[in-house]
Design a protein around this ligand. Sequence first.
Ligand code: NAP
Ligand code: FE
Length: 366
Amino acid sequence: MNFINYYMPTKILLDEDVVLKNSNLFCTYGEKALIVTGKTSSIINGSLKDVTTALKKEGIAYDIFNNVEENPSLETVEAISKLGKLQKSNFIIGIGGGSPIDAAKAAGVLLNNPNATICDLFESPHLKSIPVVAVPTTAGTGTETTPYSIVTDNKLQTKHGICQRIFPEYALLDVKYLMFLPEKITINTSIDALSHLIEGYLSTNASILSDALAEKGLKLFGECLNMIKEKDFTHTIRKKLMVASTLAGMVIAQAGTSLPHGMGYALTYFHNIPHGKANGVLLKSYLEFCTNKSKVKKILYLLTLENLDELGYFLNSMFDDINNVRYEDICSYSDKMTLNNDKLKNHPSPVGRKDILNIYKNSLKL
Ligand code: NAP
Ligand code: FE
C-alpha cells in the first residue's frame, strides 16, 4: 500500500439554502467581509443575494469586488487585495466559478501579509491567507476543497498555481445556483471535474484514500453520462455533478493534476479555450499514453464505457472542433511543458517531449 498523507480541513455543507441556513458561521471570522465574485452570474443565480442577506442578518459589514474575469490575472488579485486593505476586511467570501474563488484565495494571502508582493505568491510558501469561505456556482474546478489558486501570469504568458496552500474554511454547496448554468459552461466545467478525477486517480501521489474518493466520483460521473450526452441537466444530475466535482477537488488536493492540466494551460492562454474543454480534448490521448492499464480499465468501467474509443466519441460530441492551433504552436507548448516539473512529477512514468507532442498531435489532429 502506498504511503498515505491525507489532509483536508475544509468543512463541507451541502443543502438547499445552505448560506441562509448557516449565516451564523460567518460570525467566527470577524466584523468585515470582502465578497469576491464575477461580473454578473452571482446576481442572476441568487448566490450574491443569499450571501449579503446572511451577512446583514448577522450584522457583518461587507464590500464587494465583482469584477473577476475568467482565468483571473495577477492584476485582478492585486486589485482585490487593494480593496480589502482599504476596507480592513477580516475574511473573504469567494462566490462563483473557479475564477473568483481562486482570486479570493490569492488575494487572501496578500491581505494577511500586507508587505507581501505578487512575487511572494510564488516564492514564500509559508504565508497564510485570511479565512476564505467558498460558495461555488459551477460544478467543475472543485476549488472549494482544494488548497490551490490558479492565476494568469501575463508576464510569463501562462497560468500557474500560487505556492501557498489555501484550503477554504467552508465549502457551502447549493445546487440551486447551478440550475441556470448555460449548457456549454455546464459541459466544460463537468469535464474539468472528470479530468481531476482521472489525473488524480492516475497520479504518482494517489493513495487508497484518494482512490476511494476518485472511484466514487467517477461512478457518479458515469451515472450522469447519458444525461450529459443528451444535455438534460435536471436537478438530480446537477447535484450528482456538484458532489462529483467536490470529490474531485478532494482527490487533487491530495494527488494533484498532471499532463492534461499542464498541457491545457497553453490552449487556454493562447487560444482562449475554456479550462475544462482544454483538458477534455487531451484526455483520450493521455489515457492511451498511460501505462497503468488496470487503472485505465477501472476508469472506463466506472464511467460505464467499453473502451477508450467510446470515451473519445463522448468527448468529441461535447465540444466544437478546435481549428485555431497550428503545428508550430504545439511544438512550442511541448518545449515549455518539458520544463513543467510540478505537473510532470505527478505522472507515474517518464515523459519526454515526443510523448507530449504526440498527445497534442493526436488530440488536435495535427
Ligand atoms: P469561471 O472562469 O469561474 O467562470 C466561467 C463563466 O461561468 C463566467 O462567465 C461566469 O460568469 C459563469 N458562471 C459561473 N457560475 C455561473 C452560474 N451559476 N450560472 C451562469 N453562469 C455562471 O469557470 P470555472 O470553470 O468554474 O473556473 C475556471 C478557473 O478555475 C480556471 O482559472 C482554472 O484554472 C481554475 N481551476 C482551479 C482549480 C483549483 O483547484 N483551484 C482547479 C481547476 C481549475 P461571471 O463572470 O459573470 O461570474
Ligand atoms: Fe481544472
